[in-house]
Design a protein around this ligand. Structure first.
Ligand SMILES: Cc1cc2nc3c(=O)[nH]c(=O)nc-3n(C[C@H](O)[C@H](O)[C@H](O)COP(=O)(O)OP(=O)(O)OC[C@H]3O[C@@H](n4cnc5c(N)ncnc54)[C@H](O)[C@@H]3O)c2cc1C
Length: 378
């Protein structure tokens, strides 16, 4: 019996999770990873996963690997003020986990180990150089390969995906970069924290009680300053003068809000940061993609169940109709939050006044937790 053939290009979180998720269906999958000798590309970021996405992942990942994710029960939000900073919001939910945090490199390693066990996934190491949308084919090491569907998970910088994206994009360049590093310390920090400093939002995401990932989104103008000194000064304020801490290598990632109006062509679909990116302030980028992958899997399952070939089917149009509106609304919402917290000498006193009473609105907090867990329309 003919098995539909899917090509997945890219070894980021998106390519790996898509391959693992779709491997549960009656499909043949080729996964193209750029590194040689069966290695995966390095990624210095950290990811927080929402409870419902964590539950979906737990069906794909062995239990022993799930223990590598750090569970978070509380998230505190702080705003800078004249006298330091004050806590304006505390998120918690009946003593349940409200997110799980893991380093991207570890996350990818787990995915990769699971993928290697799958008989219907073939890993091919090297760069895909061309895609032909008329033939649904790709060129790899000067040879053409033909498929029923091609999923481009090639990230923000990829030239390959740019050819498929129309000129119409919603772009908001916020002139920001995200600085990330890991901090080893002697304090016991188990909960996540987000500080809205005048320079920009700084997140503390624990990956164990003595190590956290720091993500600080800063205006590109202050990039020339000594970032290490800036982080050291802030951390001394946050975790106290008496505590000891050590920073790992600092990495930076450009930040923008970008939403392409078109992210498909015939049987080719672009997934992940190659199609849209949201500001990292809310830790939602990969969570949105996990919901995309779930919807794509549902659509493919439906068509396979009917015995219809996935090639030239309604899978991609149905997927886009369902997922594009939510992704756009989410991206715009996160952008609004980021703009609200941007420092402004004139409006900041009024903002602080609003924030001081916002923690009392239990309904608002519940809605926030629900949307960041399951999305807007669920
Ligand atoms: C600072 C920061 C913090 C974040 N924190 C969170 C968070 O807490 N929670 C959350 O949900 N999201 C978060 N995100 C978003 C999340 O990190 C991204 O959504 C996700 O990592 C994107 O993965 P990707 O696979 O699309 O892209 P990438 O990670 O860029 O991977 C693409 C891969 O494709 C490969 N590739 C490219 N071209 C080719 C080719 N021609 N052939 C073969 N391979 C190719 C590349 O080498 C690369 O390895 C954060 C983002 C940032 C910037």
């Amino acid at each position: 019996m003919y098995k539909n053939r899917i090509c997945i290009i890219g070894d980021g979180l998106v390519g790996l999770s898509t391959a693992l998720s779709l491997s549960e269906l009656n499909l043949t999958i080729d996964l193209f990873c750029p590194k040689k000798n069966g290695k995966i590309s390095v990624d210095g970021r950290t990811t927080s996963i929402s409870p419902s996405n964590f539950q979906s992942l737990s069906k794909l990942i062995e239990k022993r690997h799930l223990e590598k994710f750090w569970p978070i029960r509380q998230v505190d939000l702080f705003k800078e003020s004249e006298n330091g900073y004050f806590r304006f919001m505390k998120f918690e939910k009946d003593n349940k986990n409200i997110m799980h945090i893991i380093e991207n490199n570890k996350f990818k390693e787990i995915f990769f180990r699971q993928i290697k066990k799958k008989k219907n996934i073939k890993i091919k190491n090297g760069i895909v150089t061309e895609i032909n949308k008329q033939e649904t084919s790709i060129t790899f090491k000067k040879r053409k390969f033909f498929y029923d569907m091609v999923l481009l998970c090639t990230g923000k910088k990829s030239e390959l995906s740019k050819k498929f994206l129309g000129k119409r994009t919603i772009t908001k360049d916020s002139n920001e970069i995200s600085i990330t590093t890991f901090v080893n310390h002697n304090k016991d920090i188990k909960d996540a924290k987000q500080y809205f400093f005048n320079e920009g939002p700084l997140a503390i995401l624990p990956i164990n009680p003595n190590k956290f990932s720091l993500v600080w989104s800063l205006n590109t103008k202050i990039h020339h300053l000594n970032i290490k000194n800036l982080i050291n000064a802030k951390l001394t304020k946050i975790i106290g003068k008496q505590s000891k801490f050590k920073l790992a290598k600092i990495k930076s990632y450009p930040v923008s809000f970008k939403f392409n109006s078109n992210y498909s062509a015939n049987n080719i679909l672009i997934l992940g940061e190659a199609s849209y990116n949201v500001h990292p302030i809310a830790g939602q980028g990969f969570n949105l993609v996990l919901r995309d992958i779930e919807k794509l899997k549902d659509e493919i399952t439906k068509f396979l169940g009917l015995g219809i070939s996935i090639k030239n089917s309604l899978i991609i149009p149905n997927f886009l109709k369902n997922r594009k509106p939510e992704n756009l609304i989410f991206g715009l919402g996160i952008n609004f939050i980021n703009n609200f917290f941007k420092y402004n000498k004139i409006t900041d006193p009024a903002k602080r006044l609003i924030l001081k009473s916002i923690n009392e609105f239990k309904f608002f907090k519940r809605i926030n937790l629900r949307i960041s867990d399951t999305g807007i329309f669920k």
